[in-house]
Ligand binder design. Structure first.
Ligand code: APR
Ligand code: PHB
Length: 393
């Protein structure tokens, strides 16, 4: 078995398979340092927490992660609490950086002595529709060819795997948003106990965190903005204005990291072509509002690992044949939720007055109706869609 990409999807798939006694080689384009330094979102759904624990990589997460049972929504200078756990029968999320999940998975793999190759260049796929697929790559200056039975394409949005599927086979859907997120990591205790999502006429802002002493904050910016034009002072000043609510203070601190990320929604289907199976960002992207990206990747590879286990144990290929369909329902639910959170909370430069009034009405409804809050809450902590998606129709 070959796995292309050592992001959360590829690494977790490798871990789940290893625990079933199925060996895979993971081929990664970047260095270990690069992969372990890449800063991404940090909210783990209830189901993701459980999968990581079952996979034997939940120990540090349980020790260092911050369980959160609610979020705040801020608009028109007022802060509203959404008590997610109360609304979902006790379900919650864990604040634990994706970077930390990746570090834990790499450590587990190296401890087991399972193959994980960093710094592979010129990665390409061959024979995907034949009985003998291969992954070709260059490693340590040598051209190599990895023959395998199946290939898991876990190489993210910009990877090579999705492109191995012919255009007439693959259907794609997508949307680019007219805004981006400027994110900072700051060496300062969070000024809030739970995440604050803020809608403001100057644009969206989010106060998140990584630990009791490190804050993660974001502001909406124009996608053409350059990070060099954003001094720390300018960023903090926007954060103060956009997150403001009466009687609350935002504490500033040294900025350790800052970057701008564009936002898009994207779905590619089917997620299987011959011997190639796509998982995670290789098959779909969500904008970060609601932090569904990592959770979707985890859901995909959980389904995939089960299907592959049945395949390699010669039980049946039925689950493998159903893989793409089984993932679809969850993918589209997360697409809708992420798009909905994004449109409710961001300032759309192209919106007209009618659009702005709709947005205000949606915010008021979401923060006041228990039914609306419950809908937000159950999506945020994660729906149990895997089971329901199997035997539809
Ligand atoms: N060959 C080998 N590896 C590749 C190639 C390639 N041609 N192209 C990209 N990669 C690697 C990337 O360097 C990266 O480490 O594949 C990995 C893909 O990882 P992610 O982009 O993290 O995607 P995924 O594992 O699906 O995780 C989804 O990560 O991107 C976030 O928002 C996303 O949170 C979500 C989660
Ligand atoms: C983060 O902490 O990076 C984060 C939190 C919530 C989001 C997105 C990102 O919705």
């Amino acid at each position: 078995m070959a796995i292309v990409g050592a992001g959360p999807a590829g690494l977790l798939l490798g871990q789940l398979l290893h625990r079933q006694g199925i060996e895979a080689v993971i081929v990664e384009a970047r260095s270990r340092d690069y992969v372990e330094a890449r800063i991404r979102a940090g909210v783990l759904e209830q189901g993701t927490i459980e999968v990581l624990r079952e996979a034997g990589v939940g120990e540090r997460m349980d020790r260092e992660g911050l369980p959160h049972g609610g979020i705040y929504i801020n608009y028109e200078g007022m802060r509203h609490h959404i008590p997610m756990s109360d609304l979902t029968g006790g379900r919650a999320v864990m604040i634990y950086g994706q970077t930390e999940v990746v570090k834990d998975l790499i450590a587990a793999r190296l401890k087991d002595g399972a193959p994980l190759l960093f710094d592979c260049s010129d990665v390409s796929l061959g024979g995907v529709t034949s009985g003998e697929p291969v992954v070709r790559y260059t490693h340590d200056g040598q051209d190599r060819e990895l023959g395998c039975e199946l290939i898991a394409g876990c190489d993210g949005f910009h990877g090579v795997c999705r492109r191995a599927i012919p255009e007439d086979v693959l259907t794609t859907w997508g949307r680019e948003y007219p805004f981006a997120w400027l994110g900072i990591l700051a060496d300062v205790a969070p000024s809030t106990d739970e995440l604050i999502y803020a809608q403001h006429e100057r644009g969206f802002a989010l106060h998140s965190m990584r630990s009791p002493s490190v804050s993660r904050l974001y502001i909406q910016v124009d996608p053409t903005e350059k990070i060099d034009d954003w001094s720390d002072e300018r960023i903090w000043s926007e954060l103060h204005v956009r997150l403001a609510s009466e009687g609350w203070e935002l504490t500033e601190g040294p900025v350790i990291e800052k970057s701008i990320t564009p936002m898009r929604s994207f779905v590619a289907s089917p997620m299987r072509y011959g011997r190639l199976l796509l998982a995670g960002d290789a098959a779909h992207i969500v904008p970060p509002t609601g932090a569904k990206g990592l959770n979707l990747a985890v859901a995909d590879v959980t389904v995939l690992a089960e299907a592959l286990t049945e395949h390699f144990r010669h039980v049946s290929d039925a689950a493998l044949d159903e893989y793409s369909d089984r993932c679809t329902m969850r993918v589209w639910r997360a697409q809708h939720f992420s798009w909905w959170m994004t449109t409710m909370l961001h300032q759309d430069p192209g919106a007209d007055e009618y659009g702005r009034e709709l947005q205000r009405s949606q915010l008021r409804y979401t923060c006041s109706s228990e039914a609306a809050m419950t809908s937000l809450a159950e999506n945020y902590v994660g729906l149990r869609l895997q089971e329901t998606a199997v035997h539809h129709g």
